[in-house]
Design a protein around this ligand. Structure first.
Ligand code: PLP
Length: 365
């Protein structure tokens, strides 16, 4: 008989909810992984058993995102934050510039790191409007000679998300997809490089996925430390040094879970339904709740909103916590409320939260 497990309503922004079935599988395989008498963490990363796990995760990602053969898939460490530095180190060519589309704190961090290595500028910024929106593709200003154009596909803190990506022509488009990778189908061909820390939609923290067009590897700077060259990891199938083996195993299992659910189209439909439950509670509240993001820029992953007064907001957050909803406080830099409804957050959690919102409004209006 299957035991009823207690799983909390986890709306954490990252690390965040993982699929329960993946955790159960990992638990069942922990002590004796596929007859080895060891856990996956205890296997040599040079062993055949581990290599199978590693290569399976690569091929599952390739299949789910329809990644063409002209791209390498890398599993790195250092989080998305190290990518902020690795990208300019590798690609901000001397005498050239790179442009950044500023849509929130993570774009700011990426930009600040790039400034340490070369000449960078803003292709657009929505800072003036407190990052409530994504710039229109037609408004972007960058130069065809630039080394690359960088954007953040989903702004975890402000709760905005790109709906249509720019076609940057010959300028390599680089995207930080940390908080919405695998949440919907995307056309990988539009991008020269995609990166994402795993700890939202992909698995536990510790692995960073990089999808990079092979021709870009050949153009990279060669006079940088070995570990910081993309080519080092590409040449060695991300096994140049010891990779985060347990994280990669978990990533592989999360990818299997997404495939079993029906892939990215199915998951994106689910994500739309989940977000609608909460946005509907906001939009029908007569401004009792109001969203931070402009409607056409709203994120399906991080749903940010405020209440009429600070006092009411405090009461709301306190009661939400008491009712068992975890992670609803907005990011410390902007406050308010934020529901992170990543892939592994079940629709029941969003239903329960939208009912809580409606009930709270009825009692406090
Ligand atoms: C969009 C985005 N980029 C980058 C980061 C930083 O990621 P890491 O902690 O993996 O360095 C985060 C973390 O939340 C994020 O949401």
């Amino acid at each position: 008989m299957k035991l009823q497990v207690h799983r909390t309503y986890n709306f954490n922004a990252g690390p965040s909810a993982l699929p329960c079935s993946v955790l159960e599988k990992a638990q069942a395989e922990l002590i004796d992984f596929r007859g080895t008498g060891m856990s996956v963490m205890e296997l040599s990363h040079r062993s055949h058993t581990y290599e199978e796990v590693h290569n399976q995760a690569i091929s599952s990602l390739k299949e789910l995102l329809s990644i063409p053969d002209s791209y390498e898939i890398l599993f790195l460490q250092g989080g998305a934050s190290l990518q902020f530095s690795m990208i300019p180190m590798n690609f901000l060519t001397q005498g050239k510039k790179a442009s950044y589309i500023m849509t929130g704190s993570w774009s700011e961090k990426a930009f600040s790191e790039a400034k340490l290595f070369g000449d960078v500028y803003h292709a657009a910024s929505t800072k003036e409007g407190n990052y409530r929106s994504i710039p229109k593709v037609e408004q972007l200003q960058y130069h065809p000679e630039d080394s690359y154009l960088h954007l953040t596909s989903n702004n975890t803190i402000y709760g905005t998300q790109w709906k249509n990506f720019p076609d940057s022509g010959n300028v390599p488009l680089i995207a930080d997809m940390s908080s919405d990778i695998l949440s919907k189908p995307i056309d990988v061909n539009k991008f020269a490089l995609i990166y994402a820390g795993a700890q939202k939609n992909l698995g536990p923290s510790g692995v960073t996925v990089v999808i990079i067009r092979k021709d870009l590897l050949e153009q990279a700077n060669t006079s940088i430390p070995t570990m910081l060259k993309y080519s080092t990891h590409a040449k060695n199938n991300s096994l140049y040094n010891t990779p985060p083996t347990f994280g990669i195993y978990m990533l592989g299992e999360v990818l299997n879970w997404v495939s079993e659910l029906g892939g990215l189209t199915a998951i994106s439909e689910q994500n739309e339904q989940k977000a609608k439950l909460i946005y509907d509670a906001i939009d029908s509240s007569n401004d009792f709740y109001f969203g931070h993001a402009d409607q056409d820029s709203r994120s399906l992953m991080n749903l940010t909103f405020n209440l009429k007064t600070e006092e009411l907001e405090k009461k709301f957050l306190k009661q939400a916590k008491e009712e068992g909803f975890v992670g609803v406080n907005g990011h410390r830099s902007i406050g308010g409320c934020r529901v992170s409804a990543y892939n592994a957050v079940p629709i029941e959690a969003c239903k329960a939260f939208s009912e809580f919102m409606i009930d709270f409004q009825t009692k406090n209006n």
